[in-house]
Design a protein around this ligand. Structure first.
Ligand code: ZN
Length: 78
């Protein structure tokens, strides 16, 4: 649960820019590196993907329960 909203700071004037969607700093007008914007969106996308995958796995587990490690099946049990 790391939902801490770290204020984005302008790389030029180091001032916190509240509007991350803005492509330019509201104080000095410096262009905001797209890395920051993309990073934010990529992070959200990644999180959504992970969430979706987790749900998919949960459903798969429900449909056909398997041991956590598939290697377990290859190890002969005495
Ligand atoms: Zn600035």
């Amino acid at each position: 649960m790391t939902e801490s909203t770290v204020p984005f700071s302008c790389p030029n004037c180091k001032r916190p820019v509240p509007n991350r969607k803005s492509r330019f700093c509201g104080y000095c007008g410096a262009a905001v590196p797209e890395d920051f914007l993309i990073g934010e969106e990529a992070q959200a996308k990644l999180r959504a993907q992970q969430e979706a995958e987790r749900k998919r796995r949960e459903e798969q587990k429900k449909e056909n329960p398997e041991p956590l490690s598939p290697l377990d099946r290859d190890i002969p049990s005495f």
